[in-house]
Design a protein around this ligand. Structure first.
Ligand code: ASP
Length: 431
């Protein structure tokens, strides 16, 4: 059996949903579809999920979400009408949902309704069973998958039937609706693939696979034909967004192959992701921006046991979870996602750390990026030297280098404003 997940652009309107139907019906091994909420139909358009989050923020501010919700309703009703399915039923559901959002059911409930309605419409259009993710996907507080999920899926899925399942959400053990992080329908697809021990997990999107570099930056960038689970995680960690970095976890060690394919060009081979040894040599380059940097210093900082842990705990109290760390004899540098803390939170954190740990200095600055080169069995020092020379020749400053912490990546700190230029230069050198 094949599990096929369709992303937001693949279900953005009736035309796209017709393509989904043609794809599903062209191979009878495709028996389960996991779907996202309708995404953008063009560059200026809005994703349904973004609109739903907006509705929830309006309610939080004491306003009604009605004006924004009307846009959502219009889109779903239009899709239903164009697919000739029961739009009255969809309108009723939309009314109920708006009332719930206005009543303050919260962000996760609001955001999940995009996938819910999308799956309802698509299941009716295909004549397949609708299986609500809330009844089968159990999500732990830390957003990992609870093992009870697999038992529930095994109980609910009838091998004789075909299903459409909404992605992105489930329920906690306590029965509270919860979403994964953004782009989380990839995780749902992976969970379902594991539950049915699928021969293949297809991930349908609007590009023909995972590129060696973002094609918006590098024109004519090549699609990677095949890469390992490990390499895809390394690449997504540094900003390649085609496949959610947490979606490998449910099938890790089970060996279900994944293929990333293009709904608009189903004949293209796409990228295969396999649970095997890494593909030799560098496979892609990407940059992740939007990072801030904390630099702190104190003489004999590490003389006391447990300092790193104590300092990190303080960062966590201020909502900051660093993604990259560097340690010197008397200093620490941490990089974190700038969205985690605004300037006043950063200032309060610096004051508290200085006071409690008697720091000699601490600064926070913004506008950083990490350039990552992923690949297996690479001679990291050669790759690093090539990349560093190229960056230098192109006038791009580097802030740190890390190779050796993983055997499948080389990471280089750069300024965010030079990230695109850096990706282009390194791509041209390495590929
Ligand atoms: N609709 C959700 C999002 O936009 C989840 C997904 O598409 O995977 O993040």
């Amino acid at each position: 059996m094949i599990v096929s997940k369709f992303g937001g652009s693949s279900v953005a309107d009736d035309n796209q949903i017709r393509k989904v139907k043609a794809i599903l019906e062209s191979d009878e091994r495709r028996r389960i579809a996991v779907v996202s909420a309708p995404g953008k139909r063009n560059k200026e358009d809005q994703k349904i999920t973004d609109l739903l989050y907006k509705c929830n923020s309006m309610v939080q501010k004491g306003q009604t979400c009605r004006p924004v919700f009307n846009e959502i309703s219009k889109r779903f009703v239009q899709i239903a009408q164009k697919l000739h399915i029961d739009d009255v039923k969809i309108s009723e559901k939309l009314d109920d949902i708006r009332c719930m959002i206005d009543a303050g059911r919260g962000a996760d409930y609001a955001a999940s309704r995009g996938e819910y309605l999308s799956a309802l419409i698509i299941s009716e259009f295909l004549g397949w069973e609708f299986l609500d993710a809330q009844d089968v996907i159990v999500i732990n507080q830390d957003s990992t998958v609870n093992e009870a999920t697999y038992k529930k899926l095994a109980e609910k899925l009838d091998p004789e039937k075909n299903y459409v399942i909404p992605g992105f959400y489930g329920e906690t053990e306590q029965g509270v609706l919860k979403t994964f992080t953004r782009g989380g329908s990839d995780i749902t697809g992976s969970i379902v693939a594991r539950a049915v021990n699928a021969e293949l997990y297809e991930n349908w999107t609007d590009v023909s696979g995972i590129y060696r570099a973002d094609p918006r930056i590098v024109e004519n960038a090549e699609v990677i034909p095949e890469l390992s689970y490990k390499e895809v995680r390394e690449l997504s960690d540094v900003g390649a967004t085609v496949f959610h970095e947490e979606a490998i976890a449910p099938i890790y060690g089970i060996g279900i192959p994944i293929v990333v394919k293009n709904t608009n060009k189903p004949e293209d081979p796409g990228t295969k992701i396999i649970d095997a040894d890494d593909v030799k040599g560098p496979c892609g380059v990407s940059a992740r921006g939007g990072l801030s940097r904390i630099r702190l210093r104190k003489l004999m900082l590490f003389k006391k046991y447990g300092m790193r842990h104590a300092l990190l705990t303080m960062l966590h109290i201020f909502g900051i979870r660093p993604c990259y760390s560097l340690f010197g004899i008397d200093s620490i540098v941490w990089f974190f996602d700038s969205k985690m803390a605004n300037d006043s939170v950063c200032q309060a954190m610096c004051e508290r750390l200085t006071k409690e740990f008697g720091l000699d200095s601490i600064t926070v600055d913004h506008g950083h990026a990490i350039l990552g080169i992923a690949g297996g069995e690479m001679d990291s020092s050669d790759v690093y030297l090539d990349a560093a020379m190229t960056l230098r020749e192109n006038g791009i400053d580097t802030t740190f280098v890390n190779y050796g912490s993983s055997d499948a990546s080389v990471l280089i700190g750069i300024k965010e404003e030079q990230a695109a230029e850096a990706v282009k230069a390194v791509y041209n050198k390495l590929f």
